[in-house]
Ligand binder design. Structure first.
Ligand code: FAQ
Length: 312
């Protein structure tokens, strides 16, 4: 049985009116948003690490600048998303603590290593590409601050995607055989993990039903995964590369690409913390927090001194 408040809330959702921070909302709606937005923010921050690995080894000065700018954008997205999360009453430090204790998730994709320079292209093209498909849909999410964050973030994310694709295109057009092989190797490693970014099949996704009803999610995991594949395969063909999926095939009747079954066992192992880099990623984040402690303390002491001066 819905209360009058809940009914009014659902009517607003149905009428496409955004929910704002100070509006009444069901506790479960608030909790779902804190869960999703914090996971999204953590992903942006942890997502800096695989690319950070290549800043000192970028092949040219310009590539280095581009990569650094992209990584800084991701930091901005993370901070922006933490702010959106705070409008729901969650505390940033608490949520980061929970991440470091391994209690909450961040995107599975960032638990894979970056082994060659082509990975910087592949991450931009496939990982940011998948992120965009998901985030374009979230621009229409029902919670106002999250929706507005997505509009801004999508603009930068499309730039990242093109940046990544251009790295791969350059390697395929002007590269040596060895460099071309690097591109294919990179796509082979990142293809399936990129498809896993969209989450479990709809039939195995505990949150999709309620999140669709609340219009937090505007499309299901499987819908967005299919959209990503459909738009990515022509780009793959233009590159002159393949994906490691013998079942991938255009289906004229469906008007979509068919594709093989994802290794869900691998996905759930990564979610449990057993992916190739899970431990390293969390260790790096914890160290960053510990090593920055003196800066935060100094800033607090300085702020206090300034305040005391003003009171005198
Ligand atoms: N990894 O019932 P559902 C980026 C969890 S892009 C880890 O389907 P939901 C940009 C899920 O949380 C990446 N966990 O859940 C960038 C839930 O666990 P819980 C970030 C996953 O929420 C690019 C459980 O499985 N983007 O950072 C994953 O309705 C390059 C059941 O799943 C976002 O976070 C996964 N792949 O749908 C940065 C987008 N999939 O919480 C740097 C916002 C599912 O019950 C470099 N999030 N889980 O313990 C969403 O759209 C949704 O949360 C989904 C999952 C679609 C990810």
């Amino acid at each position: 049985e819905m209360s009058a408040e809940e009914r009014a809330f659902q009517e607003k959702i149905d009428a496409e009116i955004k929910i704002e921070a100070k509006n009444w909302m069901p506790e479960a709606y608030r909790r779902t948003l804190i869960r999703q937005i914090s996971q999204h923010a953590h992903s942006e921050i942890v997502g800096m690490l695989p690319e950070g690995n290549w800043v000192t080894r970028a092949p040219t000065f310009k590539r280095k600048l581009q990569l650094m700018a992209k990584i800084q954008d991701e930091a901005g997205h993370g901070l922006y998303l933490y702010s959106a999360m705070e409008t729901l009453g969650a505390d940033r430090d608490d949520e980061i603590e929970r991440l470091h204790r391994g209690e909450v998730k961040y995107s599975s994709i960032f638990n894979y290593p970056t082994l060659n320079w082509a990975d910087m292209g592949t991450i931009g093209w496939l990982v940011d590409g998948a992120a965009i498909v998901n985030q374009v849909a979230l621009q229409r999410t029902s919670y106002g601050p999250y929706s507005r964050a997505m509009i801004r973030i999508c603009k930068e994310e499309s730039f990242h995607q093109r940046q990544g694709y251009e790295i791969l295109l350059t390697m395929m057009r002007e590269g040596t055989d060895e460099q071309k092989a690097m591109v294919q190797d990179s796509i082979n490693r990142f293809w399936w993990p990129s498809l896993m970014m969209f989450g479990p099949h709809d039939s195995d996704s505990p949150h999709t039903g309620q999140s669709m009803a609340w219009k937090i999610k505007r499309h299901t995991n499987d819908e967005l995964r299919q959209r990503f594949i459909d738009q990515t395969i022509p780009q793959l063909e233009f590159l002159g590369c393949t994906v490691p999926d013998p079942d991938l095939k255009w289906n004229e009747a469906r008007g979509h690409y068919d594709f093989g079954e994802i290794q869900w066992e691998e996905f759930y192992q990564v979610l449990k913390g057993n992916g190739p880099c899970n431990r390293e990623r969390l260790r790096t984040r914890k160290n960053a927090l510990d090593e920055g402690a003196w800066v935060r303390e100094a800033a607090m002491v300085y702020a206090k001194k300034q305040q005391q001066k003003q009171q005198q």
